[in-house]
Design a protein around this ligand. Structure first.
Ligand code: XBP
Ligand code: MG
Length: 249
């Protein structure tokens, strides 16, 4: 089957957004709201098991039981915190301090020039995707993507396959006409659950995840002058992932 589209996860895959992007944005939102909660790097790694920012805050409250005002409406409180966090996070992206991962821009351009469709399937809030693309690839890059499936448009977030199924439907393609790019076990469960062959690029938070079933596991997509490491699968004679390598998968 000929590959017609590449579908990308965002957080951890297009960019290393979690540790120095989402995490400090959550912390600043807590501070602004007068809460003394602080998610350090290790705790945040644990909380990442739950995808979605609102879901993550709820999980933290249920698990660590921080003191709350008696009359608090939890759903409203979480929604307000999360709105503040999204504002802070997109402002952080606007500073340009959170770059794309190696090889991402190159592969997107290569795919675009070859006439492949590009899509996004992520649990993150749509504004976060727009901001990341705007501030890394430029405003025009939003038009590179035929489909941006993000956030609450599906009720069940990753590891459920729903967001990938939604992207496939919008692309009007079958699973075997697409390839997915992910960085985490939850992401891989989601893409494989939708039947899509998946390439993993690991990061510090996901290095020990179980990537059974992935077609390829790489340190990153690599660049001609900055090769990637192959952890599972083969790039044949290449030192970075290009369309040629993808065709061989
Ligand atoms: C990413 C996430 C997101 C971000 C926060 O998972 O879990 O929740 O951490 O985004 P994946 P929001 O890369 O598997 O899609 O706060 O906007 O929900
Ligand atoms: Mg991810």
């Amino acid at each position: 089957m000929v590959i017609k589209a590449l579908i990308f996860d965002v957080d951890g895959t297009l960019s290393d957004t979690e540790r120095d992007g989402h995490r400090p944005a959550f912390n600043q939102a807590f501070k602004q709201t007068g809460l003394d909660w602080r998610w350090d790097v290790a705790l945040y790694g644990e909380l990442l098991a739950v995808t979605g920012g609102k879901e993550r805050i709820r999980f933290f409250i249920e698990r660590y039981k921080p003191a709350l005002k008696n009359d608090v409406n939890l759903a409203d409180m979480i929604a307000e915190l999360h709105q503040a966090k999204t504002r802070i996070y997109t402002e952080l992206l606007a500073t340009g301090k959170i770059p794309l991962r190696p090889g991402v821009k190159r592969l997107l351009q290569e795919a675009k020039e070859a006439g492949l469709k590009l899509a996004i399937a992520t649990t993150t809030t749509p504004e976060n995707v727009t901001a990341l693309l705007n501030y890394t690839l430029g405003e025009d890059s939003l038009n590179w993507f035929e489909v941006i499936a993000a956030g609450d448009i599906v009720p069940a977030k990753k590891p459920a396959p729903d967001i990938y199924l939604c992207a496939l439907k919008k692309l009007q393609l079958s699973a075997d006409e697409c390839l997915a790019f992910e960085d985490s076990e939850n992401g891989l469960k989601s893409s494989l659950g939708a039947g899509i062959k998946t390439v993993i690029t690991i990061n510090d938070y996901t290095v020990n995840h179980d990537f059974t079933g992935a077609a390829l596991v790489l340190s990153d997509l690599g660049e001609p002058e900055n090769p990637c490491q192959v952890l599972h699968g083969s790039l044949y004679r290449e030192r970075y992932l290009s369309l040629l390598g993808l065709a061989k998968l």
